[in-house]
Design a protein around this ligand. Structure first.
Ligand SMILES: NC(=O)c1ccc[n+]([C@@H]2O[C@H](COP(=O)([O-])OP(=O)(O)OC[C@H]3O[C@@H](n4cnc5c(N)ncnc54)[C@H](OP(=O)(O)O)[C@@H]3O)[C@@H](O)[C@H]2O)c1
Length: 235
């Protein structure tokens, strides 16, 4: 049984990852910033009737909480095989003249800084011969500079995911020395609170496709920016 850790697991794509991984018979450490309000995770835990769902408090803006998480899991005897920094935020109403420092820093921190701190915190924890450990940073095609339009709309979000992609590339060599691979993965345009109701894929479709790709990922693909079907995306 493999152990997965998902951040932002209380709704959207993170919740669907949690559902599907449990359905496959694996264990999930489902991290969310407010476990008391995570009713759908609680319902999954109740239905589960075993110890394969571990709900864990984690606000990814809190660096000390990130740093202490691996040891906390080790004390419970849990070693993570697949780490999925998924938690993310977008900012609405960004236009030239409406750009705000606080918003930009929050989006950059959540989407780019936090996944790097999470990868760093777990680097030793994931390192174990033959464990084939993987870090799947949930990115976005809106972080592709090649695809970007010249419009200010989505400024912080696009910048944050481009920064995340760079971070994935930059960490890939150091992690490879430890036998850990890392990718930036675009989930497609997905029907969640963030993606909205008109998005192309349901969370089920997107996550099913991502898990199929994740299963097959090898060290040869470390440092790449790929989509939910495994296709490489331009930086
Ligand atoms: N949906 C799409 O079309 C799409 C496309 C490309 C990429 N993505 C990426 O996919 C990932 C998941 O997005 P989604 O569509 O599922 O979005 P969502 O429905 O808005 O869910 C976002 C999740 O992130 C969590 N989160 C935000 N800030 C956090 C923090 N500081 N600490 C811990 N958790 C935090 C939220 O928790 P709370 O409930 O506590 O706020 C929630 O669980 C994101 O990285 C997003 O950028 C989504």
């Amino acid at each position: 049984m493999a152990n997965y850790l998902v951040t932002g697991a209380n709704r959207g794509i993170g919740l669907e990852f949690t559902r599907q991984i449990l359905h496959r018979g694996e264990r999930v450490v489902a991290c969310c910033r407010n476990p008391e309000g995570a009713t759908e995770l609680e319902a999954l835990a109740t239905a589960q009737n075993d110890d394969r769902l571990v709900i864990c408090r984690l606000d990814v803006m809190q660096a000390t909480a990130i740093a202490s998480l691996p040891e906390l899991l080790e004390k419970k005897g849990i070693l993570i095989d697949v780490l999925i920094p998924n938690a993310g935020v977008a900012a609405s109403s960004e236009r030239l003249g409406l750009i705000q420092e606080e918003t930009m820093l929050r989006v950059l921190h959540t989407n780019a800084v936090a996944p790097m701190l999470i990868a760093q915190a777990f680097a030793d924890h994931l390192q174990a011969p033959k464990r084939n450990a993987k870090i799947i940073c949930i990115s976005s095609d809106l972080g592709s500079i090649t695809y970007a339009s010249g419009l200010t709309f989505g400024l912080s979000y696009g910048m944050s995911k481009a920064a995340l992609n760079m971070g994935v590339k930059k960490l890939s060599s150091d992690l490879a020395h430890r036998g850990v691979m890392i990718v930036a993965m675009h989930p497609g345009w997905v029907q969640t609170d963030m993606g909205g109701p008109n998005a192309r894929f349901t969370p089920t479709e997107s996550t099913l496709a991502m898990l199929r790709v994740i299963d097959k990922l090898s060290m040869a693909q470390s440092g790449l920016f790929i989509d939910h079907q495994g296709q490489q995306l331009p930086w």
